[in-house]
Design a protein around this ligand. Structure first.
Ligand code: LMR
Length: 405
């Protein structure tokens, strides 16, 4: 036995996304291409600084940085609510939503898990299979055991969202269900409108507690359309959680701007919930940072900047759609028989190739093309300059997969 205090500390195996991104940074090959982490780059492969963000930053200058309240920057919290639920939503107007500023989307999901661990301990927590790996981790850290419902049929190589609806219906009453309303990470495949409505109704009937993780608002069909399921749940009288993030749609990754909203039946309950969320923050890190939320609030609360931002989100969305088509065509130019329709049909930053970890590792080793080992490709990292190299590498891997059945 080691005599040192930390001699028995287990080595960290690393994170499947963040550690791979670090490994990419250290890869000395000059032809390397990063399609691993969910980061949007422009067509020159640069992290964009949005014009709306620049304009807000110029307006704000570098002012004083006081402690924020525990629940965050007031104008930011109000802007989060209006963006997620819509300006005129009855739930917003009646004050029955408790919204806090969080440390990115991760912080939002983490605070939701911590809050639920206190107020609804011991419940089943169900996430899609596959999902963003940290959903498991954040709820396990809070003390829950997680289980999955099927989202992807790896034999058929397509989403199995109909099976997800049945599995959610079969969960024990009062289960906590983590759902992504738009641009599902990692599959890029969402519920249809009909399936959404069925899930809303069965969650109401079974008194399931839904935690929506909405990290890609605006990357699917548009800022309002992407939030429409969440808004309908609020109209239907559901009590639920929404984690949202401005990392991707504001290109403010390092500022860690997120929000957590809890929709409750009444303004009285919302204020009680807000109090407990504040306590959770106080016990964890006291209060959030000032700069990012000030910028986001400035953009969202100024009609002109807001419109400029929505246009910028639309151009990011459209670029991803163009790159999906370009990649599919380029793959088929190499291998005409390889199926590529999934690239066009899936939405948002990610596509799910169905490639094995071994295939992904050989793409990385042989071609310096980085995907997540689950076979997820970040199409938001494709550019006119790298798409042909990616297509050549993917065409080979997909062909091998096709041959091996
Ligand atoms: C991703 O899925 O790549 C992003 O959401 C980054 C992260 O924190 O995992």
């Amino acid at each position: 036995m080691s005599t040192s205090l930390f001699g028995t500390v287990q080595p960290y195996a690393g994170d499947p996304i963040l550690s791979l991104n670090d490994a990419f940074g250290q890869d000395p090959r000059t032809n390397k291409i990063n399609l691993s982490i969910g980061v949007y780059t422009d067509d020159l492969g640069r992290l964009p600084v949005l014009d709306s963000v620049m304009a807000a930053q110029t307006k704000l200058g570098f002012g004083a940085r006081p402690y924020l309240p525990m629940d965050g920057h007031g104008a930011y919290r109000a802007a989060v609510q209006r963006l997620v639920f819509g300006d005129d939503h009855e739930a917003v107007q009646s004050g029955r939503i408790a919204t806090i500023q969080t440390i990115g989307g991760t912080g939002a999901v983490g605070i939701a898990a911590d809050f639920l661990a206190v107020h609804t301990p011991g419940r089943v927590v169900a996430v899609s299979d596959p999902t963003w790996e940290n959903h498991h981790g954040l709820f396990q850290r809070a003390g829950f055991a997680t289980q999955t419902f099927p989202w992807w049929d790896s034999v058929r190589g397509e989403a199995s969202t109909d099976k997800a609806v049945d599995a959610i219906a079969a969960l024990p009453q009062g289960s906590i269900v983590i759902l992504q309303p738009v641009c599902h990470n990692p599959t890029g495949t969402d519920f249809t409108r009909q399936q959404q409505d069925a899930v809303t109704q069965l969650c109401l009937d079974r008194r399931h507690v839904v935690v929506f993780d909405m990290a890609y608002q605006g990357f699917g069909d548009g800022v309002d359309l992407d939030a429409s399921w969440v808004r309908r749940c609020a109209s239907a009288g559901m009590t639920f959680f929404v984690a949202n993030s401005f990392s991707k749609n504001f290109s403010l990754y390092g500022e860690r701007c997120g929000g957590l909203s809890v929709v409750t039946p009444s303004a009285v309950e919302a204020s009680l919930v807000l109090g407990q969320l504040k306590l959770a923050i106080r016990r964890s890190y006291s209060n959030g940072p000032t700069t990012g939320p000030q910028i986001v609030a400035e953009v969202l609360n100024d009609p002109q900047l807001h419109q400029m931002w929505e246009d910028e989100v639309a151009s990011m969305r459209n670029r991803m759609i163009r790159m999906r088509a370009h990649l599919a065509n380029a793959i088929n130019a190499h291998e005409p028989s390889v199926p590529t329709a999934f690239l066009i049909e899936q939405r948002g930053m990610f596509s799910y190739t169905g490639l094995s970890a071994d295939a992904v590792i050989s793409m990385r080793n042989n071609d310096a093309v980085y995907l997540i080992e689950t076979g997820r490709v970040c199409v938001a990292g494709l550019t006119e300059g790298n798409v042909d190299a990616v297509a050549a590498s993917l065409a080979g891997a997909l062909k091998l997969k096709q041959q091996n059945g």
